[in-house]
Design a protein around this ligand. Structure first.
Ligand SMILES: NC(=O)c1ccc[n+]([C@@H]2O[C@H](COP(=O)([O-])OP(=O)(O)OC[C@H]3O[C@@H](n4cnc5c(N)ncnc54)[C@H](O)[C@@H]3O)[C@@H](O)[C@H]2O)c1
Length: 278
């Protein structure tokens, strides 16, 4: 069945950048935006993998390119968006999806390095991309940004404070930028995903199951039971939420945080008490 070109969900011909899209949620988002009609640039620090998946999507008739980008490199981010505007003449959609998880540790054991590593990519990288793309979109007086936050940014989970704080910052940045760019007709929203079993969460589940002394399978089932809709999310669930916010169907929505989590608001369980330190 061919797509209805008059559908308010179509974004034909728009230029979209998705960061961290060589795998996981970002890849599903890039594919969905391309299926909805956009020309998509996958920007990821895994250059080879980004090239490979872009090639696979092109083989399915989708308009997808790839480039190497480290969102935590301020000068690199500025040069990248300059290139996008030079090559395509404009930038219509930015999805800030690149983010890193945190080693499962209580605040009292969190090192300076781990705190900085998580904040640098997940929050500061999002800021660098928002700042540069925001300048382009302000000038154009059009465009839309979707930042990938997390339910942890709204309701923190124990043992991942740096990640919680980074995502809370992403939500706050989203709302601030939405106010600042609204006079230019630029919309800025966030999507807060619940648990999806990507590589990111695979490592998360493994570490959490070890910290609770249960098997990984038991951990995965525990999470599933906590989700009101009774299943883990799939990347496509998140991609559809993002694609909606990027489309004309969301034309009067800005500064919003859309939770896509099967109804899960957060996990507020306390970890078991640890053995006394010597
Ligand atoms: N999977 C989940 O359950 C879940 C839940 C809530 C939020 N999220 C968020 O969704 C986003 C994607 O998560 P995912 O599960 O697909 O993770 P993932 O680890 O599978 O993929 C992340 C991608 O980001 C890229 N990346 C990492 N650092 C980068 C950098 N500095 N510059 C450019 N690219 C970089 C990686 O190369 C990778 O391709 C993240 O922001 C994550 O915090 C995920």
């Amino acid at each position: 069945m061919s797509a209805d070109p008059s559908s308010p969900h179509r974004i034909d011909g728009l230029i979209a950048v998705v960061t961290g899209a060589a795998q996981g949620l970002g890849l599903a988002i890039a594919e969905q935006l391309a299926r909805d009609g956009a020309a998509v640039i996958i920007a990821d620090r895994q250059e080879d993998k980004a090239q490979e998946v872009a090639g696979q999507l092109r083989a399915h008739g989708l308009n997808v390119q790839s480039t190497s980008l480290d969102v935590a490199d301020s000068a690199g981010v500025a040069a990248f968006f300059d290139r996008v505007v030079r090559d395509h003449g404009r930038l219509d959609i930015l999805v800030n999806n690149a983010g890193v998880g945190q080693a499962i540790l209580p605040v009292v054991d969190l090192s300076d390095e781990e705190w900085d590593r998580v904040l640098r990519v997940t929050l500061t990288g999002t800021f660098y991309c928002c700042r540069t793309a925001g300048r382009v979109m302000e000038r154009q007086e059009s465009g839309c940004i979707v930042n990938i936050a997390s339910i942890n940014g709204q309701n923190p989970a124990a043992l991942v404070a740096a990640y919680n704080v980074a995502k809370a910052g992403v939500i706050n940045l989203t709302k601030t930028l939405a106010l600042e760019l609204a006079p230019y007709g630029v919309r800025v929203n966030a999507v807060s995903p619940g648990p999806v079993y990507t590589e990111f969460n695979r490592s998360n589940m493994l570490q959490r199951s070890r910290s609770l002394n249960i098997t990984e399978e038991e951990m995965i089932e525990r999470v599933r039971k906590a989700i009101p809709l009774g299943r883990w999310g799939e990347p496509i669930d998140i991609a559809r939420g993002v694609a909606f916010l990027c489309s004309p169907a969301a034309g009067w929505i800005t500064g919003e945080v859309l939770r896509v989590s099967g109804g899960l608001e957060g996990v507020s369980a306390s970890p078991p008490k640890r053995a006394k330190r010597q």
